[in-house]
Write a protein that binds this ligand. Sequence first.
Ligand SMILES: Cc1cc2nc3c(=O)[nH]c(=O)nc-3n(C[C@H](O)[C@H](O)[C@H](O)COP(=O)(O)OP(=O)(O)OC[C@H]3O[C@@H](n4cnc5c(N)ncnc54)[C@H](O)[C@@H]3O)c2cc1C
Length: 376
Amino acid sequence: MVGAGLSGAVIGRKLAEAGHSIVVCDERNHIAGNCYTERDSDTGVMVHVYGPHIFHTDDEEVWSYVNSFQTFLPFVNRVKTTSGGRVYLLPVNLHTINQFFGKTLRPDEARDFITSIAESSIEDPKTFEEQALKFVGRDLYEAFFKGYTVKQWGCSPTELPASILKRLPVRFNYDDNYFFHRFQGMPENGYTEMVERILKHDRIEVRLSHRFTRSDTHDFDHVFYSGPLDGYYDFELGRLGYRTLDFERFNYDGDYQGCAVMNYGDLGVPYTRITEHKHFSPWEKHEKSICYREFSRACEEGDIPYYPIRMADEKALLERYVERASAEQQVTFVGRLGTYRYLDMDVTIREALDTANAYLGSLAGQAKLGAFFVTP
Ligand SMILES: Cc1cc2nc3c(=O)[nH]c(=O)nc-3n(C[C@H](O)[C@H](O)[C@H](O)COP(=O)(O)OP(=O)(O)OC[C@H]3O[C@@H](n4cnc5c(N)ncnc54)[C@H](O)[C@@H]3O)c2cc1C
């Protein structure tokens, strides 16, 4: 397993349980990949080192899988945003609309009101901006969508495809739970302990600070590679584009913002959001606090790749890498970097379990597992 994140850990565990001897390596000096959490020794706060991770899923099997390695405690993601000098609730809901426009609308009235201010003259929206204007009109678009999108993606919403905003991004009730999924929670002692327990098996050996290169492939019967697909080929065809994040970490004596996530929609504020990590463990009490200001920018060589960009140019390059990888017999590319997709944790675990089963099936004479279980 190349990578000791969720992909490598879950596949490794499943194959170890089936009797295989597994080596899990990671170039970092710790397990758990981007979900890595560590308790800060000064404040006692559980810090999500590579940015906050909230577990949410509709997949009952995945939910019981994670709960078998760690107790998950209730956490509901309720995001706030500061825009134009005021604080609002996200996702944009009835409370946001009433507060923003100084009204007391009920759901049906709000629906009619939004329809009346939406730019209905846009018939066939081509860009993110046109789609947003068609859905919610200029005022809401500029307050809640425009600035955040510019900062997050580093380009104008007029350059992004309309497909990003598939549905009306507004709720006509007071539900401010960010996620729709049935199960949502946080691991009591963090994700690192959960991954540690997944990896704790007699037939699993973990090698940290160990960078895997293509030439190592022949030392193993099979390699599951959760590193970057283009990295496996030494970026020979070019680099797949990513956005990266810079976290400006700061301490605060007390409660800095009163919530876990505060977005900043205004373009005058350079960061996209501030996260306050103790609020991700609401069952714990800490006097002191640790916060991250989050800045998004283009990923360059040496940066951590966070969000795949997947626009036309990247997709064309991805296709060339996929074509090249498809010839591999001994390697399967998995996870968010191996398949160049944004994957939530639950989807990562689901695909990892299915990939391991497909591999075991192929050894038992069923269909052969190729370079991809899910072709990106
Ligand atoms: C900022 C951010 C916030 C997120 N928040 C959420 C959230 O709230 N909820 C949610 O469900 N999901 C969230 N996710 C998604 C979540 O991080 C992923 O689902 C998960 O990390 C994917 O696991 P993985 O094992 O595929 O990849 P990773 O966790 O990235 O693990 C890959 C590992 O491979 C190692 N590696 C790479 N190349 C090599 C090499 N050549 N040799 C050795 N090791 C190598 C890396 O060091 C890394 O540790 C978030 C993602 C980001 C970027």
